[in-house]
Each structure stands twice: as C-alpha cells, then as structure tokens.
Design a protein around this ligand. Structure first.
Ligand code: GLU
Length: 301
C-alpha cells in the first residue's frame, strides 16, 4: 500500500461560489489550528472547476477574508482550473487499467435505475454528450476511520454506483480533481466539513484505483437544526467581514467547542489565533452542532 508522507500537511480547499462564510471559516480555522498544533504545513487550494457555479471575484474575496485571520497558504495557492492535464493523465491511467468507461446515459435514464448508475442504457441517438465514469464493482465496500466521526463504511456500488469523473458538459468532477490534487500536494490530513463524509468512500476507492495513499480524515461538524437537518440558511452562512474579523473568530471558536475564555481577549484576529495554537483542544470539537450551541457566540457586536 502506498504510504503517506511522514510529516503533517493539511489544506483548505474552497470552491469559489460566494464569499467566505462562518461555516467555511470554521473549516479553514479548524484545519489551520490542527496543522499548526502538529507543527505542520497548511495549504490553500481553490477548487474552480465548475464555472457554471462560480461567482466572479469570489476566489480573491475568499483569500482576502482568510488573510484577515492570518490564514495564508504556506505554498503558492493551487488553482484547479489550471490542472486539466493532470486530471486527463489520471483518466488515461484508469482507462488503460480498464477502470473507466464513457457513458451517454441521461438523467432520466438514470432515474429509471434509482439515480445510481450500474449499467448503461443504449443511447437513442448520436447527439448525446459523453461523461466518463469509474466502474465500481459490486461489493466495493470501503471502511475507514474518521478522527472525529469514528468508523465509517459504505458500499460504494450501492450508495453511489459508477460515479462520474468527467461530466458530460466537459468539466472535471470534484471527486477526481480532489483525489489527484490531495495526492500531488502530498496532503497527509484532510480536515473538512461533515457534508463531505459521504464523498470520502468514493475518494478512497479512487485513490486505490490510482495507486495513491489515503490521507487521514477529520470531518468537522455541520450546523444542524433540532430535527437533525443540515441548516443552510443558518448562522454558518453569514458572510465573514474581513474589516471586522474578531466576532467571526469568536463564533468559530465556539463552533469548534472551545472555551470562550481560552481565546485571547485583545489583539487582531491574526495575533489571537497565533497565540491560541497551543491552547486549542481538539478533543473538545463536537461531532455535531446545533444552531443554538453557538448562537450567543455569533454575536456580531
Ligand atoms: N471544494 C469543496 C467545498 O468547497 C471542499 C472540498 C474538500 O475539502 O475536499 O465544499
């Protein structure tokens, strides 16, 4: 099995779909604190491979907002939009191993199979666009350990089926790009939101198909409501104000389950964060978070 590099390297990988909000800031700060505590590096990668969902200027505004907290990538920021040749190379490798196939199935073809792709429907005409999918064998069960959420397992054939690596509209899929880049950037530890826990088994399967090491994972809690539903219109979606970063830092500190008094009471957001690295207690991070848990701390005054 390919092994991980011996030193800690983390990353934050936002998609430039809007301004940085409290939810993504908490991922950025959580991953940064864990990297710094481990004496490791922390990189930023802009995942700009989905132009229809992107907002012009969002990547620069996210980077500016991060900088207001002193969160600056230790290596030049990587932009996925510039990495098409790497993704194409990974597809070539998978194709020569017989692991991928071209697929012209439409959404409605898939709906007839419960939206999970297991076999292609013969295309009706010549005009269809082709996606590239990973062939997922029956019984492709992935088991792994998340440092916060515990053991997880998924039968990828059942949960996701043959998943898309290159979309029919010609864009690269997130699952492929993230796996290629995490490996090439030698990321040892992935810290991100729990909304991606469900994608992790697909990524591990893809790492194995490409002969790449599997990083360690820690999925930070999402904000959920009383019925356990993910809240998208919650405090976590409040945009971060780079001109006044301290209230957002306090809110994130609470979202990460930390004692309010452990955060230095004075100084810029950047200096408070720097001074609190050794005081950060990873074992206080909650597995899940309700909106009320961090409500008072999100006081923006
Ligand atoms: N780009 C993804 C997002 O903004 C995160 C990807 C990852 O951390 O793996 O949701």
């Amino acid at each position: 099995m390919p092994s991980l590099p011996p030193r800690y390297r983390g990353r934050f990988a936002p998609s430039p779909t809007g301004p940085l909000h409290l939810g993504s800031l908490s991922t950025a700060i959580g991953s940064w604190l864990l990297a710094r505590q481990a004496g490791g590096e922390w990189l930023v990668r802009i995942e700009d491979i989905d132009p229809p969902r992107e907002v012009p200027g969002a990547a620069q505004s996210q980077l500016r907002a991060l900088a207001a907290f002193g969160l600056v990538s230790d290596l030049p920021v990587l932009y996925q939009s510039a990495r098409s040749d790497r993704y194409a190379r990974a597809i070539d490798l998978l194709r020569s191993a017989g692991r991928v196939f071209d697929c012209a199935c439409s959404r409605s073809d898939l709906a007839a199979q419960g939206s999970i792709h297991r076999r292609c429907v013969p295309p009706a005409g010549e005009h269809r666009q082709w996606a590239i999918r990973l062939r997922v064998e029956d019984g492709s069960v992935v088991e792994s350990e998340d440092a916060l959420q515990g053991r997880f397992h998924q039968d990828v054939a059942v949960a996701a089926g043959d998943f898309v690596l290159k979309r029919a509209d010609g864009y690269w899929a997130y699952q492929l790009a993230v796996v290629v880049d995490d490996a090439e950037q030698e990321i040892s530890d992935i810290v991100r939101g729990a909304d991606l826990l469900d994608s992790t088994p697909r990524q591990i399967l893809l790492q194995r198909a490409l002969g790449l090491p599997t990083p360690r994972y820690l999925h930070l809690p999402l904000v959920i409501d009383e019925s356990g539903q993910k809240l998208s219109k919650s405090l976590s979606s409040i945009p971060v104000d780079p001109a006044d970063p301290v209230p957002a830092l306090r809110a994130v500190w609470a979202m990460l389950g930390q004692e309010p008094s452990a955060l230095p009471a004075s100084g810029s957001a950047e200096s408070r964060l720097l001074r609190v690295v050794s005081g950060f207690q990873a074992d206080r991070i909650p597995r899940a978070l309700s909106a009320i848990d961090f409500g008072p701390a999100a006081d923006r005054s």
